[in-house]
Ligand binder design. Sequence first.
Ligand code: 9NY
Ligand code: FAD
Length: 634
Amino acid sequence: MSKEIYENPDLKKERQNCPFNKEEITHLLDGGKEKTIERKQLENYILSDEQLKDAVPMEYLSHADKYAEELRKACLLMHKLADSPAGQVPTLRALMGAGLGSAVLKEGNPLALHYVMFIPALMGQGTIDQQAKWLEKAYNLNMIGTYAQTELGHGTFLRGLETRATYDPKTQEFILESPSLTAYKWWPGSLGKTANYAVVMAQLYTKGKCEGTHPFMVQLRDEETHEPLPGIVNMWLNPVCISSYIHYGTYVKPTNSKLSYATMVFVRVVVCQDVTTNLRKAVTIATRYSCVRRQSELKPGDREPQVMDYQAQQNKLLPPLAATFAFQLAADHLWNLYHTANNNIEQGDLELLPDLHGLSCALKALCSSEAANFVEVCRQSCGGHGYMSCSNFPRIYGQVTAAETYEGENTVLWLQVARYLVKTRKEQSGGLSVKYLIGEEKGPKTVDTTLEGIVKLYRRAAVGLVDVAIAELDKSGRKGEAPHDAWNHAAVYLIKAAQAHARLFVVESFVDSLKEGKLSAPVRTVLSQLCELFIIYWLLERSGDFFLCSNLTKQDLLLLNSKYVELLAAIRPQAVNLVDSFDLRDEVLNSPLGCWDGNVYQRLFDEAAKSPLNQSNVHESFHKYLKPLLKSNL
Ligand SMILES: CCCCCCCCCCCCCCCCCCCCCCCCCC(=O)SCCNC(=O)CCNC(=O)[C@H](O)C(C)(C)COP(=O)(O)OP(=O)(O)OC[C@H]1O[C@@H](n2cnc3c(N)ncnc32)[C@H](O)[C@@H]1OP(=O)(O)O
Ligand SMILES: Cc1cc2nc3c(=O)[nH]c(=O)nc-3n(C[C@H](O)[C@H](O)[C@H](O)COP(=O)(O)OP(=O)(O)OC[C@H]3O[C@@H](n4cnc5c(N)ncnc54)[C@H](O)[C@@H]3O)c2cc1C
């Protein structure tokens, strides 16, 4: 007789009478029905492989054993690439970052940097000949690379990197050296034990002149023995410059010195999607758990309610649920801009580069910081069980907060965005995403709290905060402050302006996607409710910006707050159906709190039983330490 599939009765009830087609949302998030089929095929292909399962939970392994186990599985995954039903590149993309890959490689993928940065650096910066020489070797995994830019002393300030590459015209070689302790490359993923090659960012010196940071291909380890090459510590190697700027000893300036930063732009773009995937996992875990967990007393004498029925819990979980759609749609828009800009750059047209740089910095900083805050709220919303390692919140949080630092520390990126906004506003010229800064803000200053009216408020705040920042800069200038001091003394306003710009882009992406999207009425209704909830939530959170830049009144705010709590109540019944639409398998969620069947308590108990400490009643340390203490009559 087939085993009755357990489903927690509360979750079962949540799923009854769903007013919209969950698959329609799944297809929307995957990019179409075909993509969903491909994704599910690939998930079955990977997750059904017993060799990719952990014999013991990773948290109980030593550091070295964790590394070895992740490397074993990563290499097995690469072997499975060749005959993957979804094809190599879609499989690779799925295996990197927060999605399918993290279901198998829970502590991280030792080969990630090879695909996420090393190969993109070759593709973006290498000459045709260099690509011919190295790309196939890299694709075939006959070499494992990383991207070595950050040093012990510098990560943000690339013009301050100390690693030097000096061109010797006699031998036509570059001599790479780390002139000081702080010049040692530090942080690059896979550099310690896995990679045998690296793209090393170094200051290029030729004919006694420093030409700035450039990428160099450097072999780190012997391809047979994997031993570090002689002198690897002080980096005396014969690297090759990965760029077409050295012609027979003469340096030829690139059309734009920032093209050597292109790999970072690519990763900032993909990080937006990656943190959104992590946020979707956290929201799914917390939402399902909040509908299984019954606690306290809402109505005196009644049964303990589902904690999701508390407005306070809805206020914690429904904005992050809405954010997963907002960030996905914005990341999709950014990805499209990246492709357009990249195609143009390949034709020598760099016009979109500043806009791409500005937007990729803005969205990477916004999505990573907002996702980190929301993941922590999801963790807290699950009480003590959310704090357990097996809940998967600690790992998800660690992955998302890392994204606030790597690929450009967020504050530094906000200031890059502000530089672009101020320049656009002053020069009255700029790319696609900053058109609203050109010309005077049109439309009435009065506030209307319709969706369109609220979007206009976001635009007004974005323009207004740039103008406030510029006024600060001008005020400092009038006091005789040098531009760099004036810039530093306006940093608080500059960062607010950059954040308002990023929020405007996300809000407009969400609203425009609902206008353009071919959606059924029920799906449009629920997504419109999420969109309105989210843009009101952010406005209420940042009301100071809107008071500063518009005629928003206390009455408007009270009206918006009433609308917000009405939307919480309206969306609450669909919370589980919405996270079910993400179609995240239990193995990807990797959390007893978030499993589809809601069998939380039994799964928590089973997880605890796996601990080595629970394999015996009395641990040997009792006899060694505790018993002597107990007998010592201190
Ligand atoms: C089988 C085949 C398969 C093949 C498949 C292959 C492909 C498969 C792919 C699969 C992918 C699957 C994905 C999976 C997801 C995984 C994600 C998660 C993993 C992520 C892991 C990542 C680990 C993390 C890695 C890292 O962490 S790697 C290190 C990151 N480190 C940084 O990010 C340093 C930050 N610092 C700076 O970026 C600079 O320092 C600084 C602040 C800009 C100042 O730079 P500076 O030179 O001082 O420039 P300024 O003087 O400020 O500005 C001067 C002028 O230049 C302008 N401008 C500055 N920049 C730029 C720029 N870019 N672009 C354009 N313009 C720029 C600026 O607008 C100004 O313009 P103007 O106003 O003059 O007009
Ligand atoms: C998990 C992880 C993986 C990584 N992987 C890699 C990798 O594979 N390859 C690689 O090369 N690097 C890697 N890095 C390094 C990463 O890119 C750097 O840590 C990052 O760029 C930040 O630089 P930093 O560490 O020098 O911080 P700093 O810039 O020293 O930041 C310290 C503080 O100074 C502030 N600050 C710095 N400059 C300014 C400014 N101009 N104005 C105002 N405030 C400023 C920052 O906001 C921050 O608050 C990784 C880092 C992490 C955490």
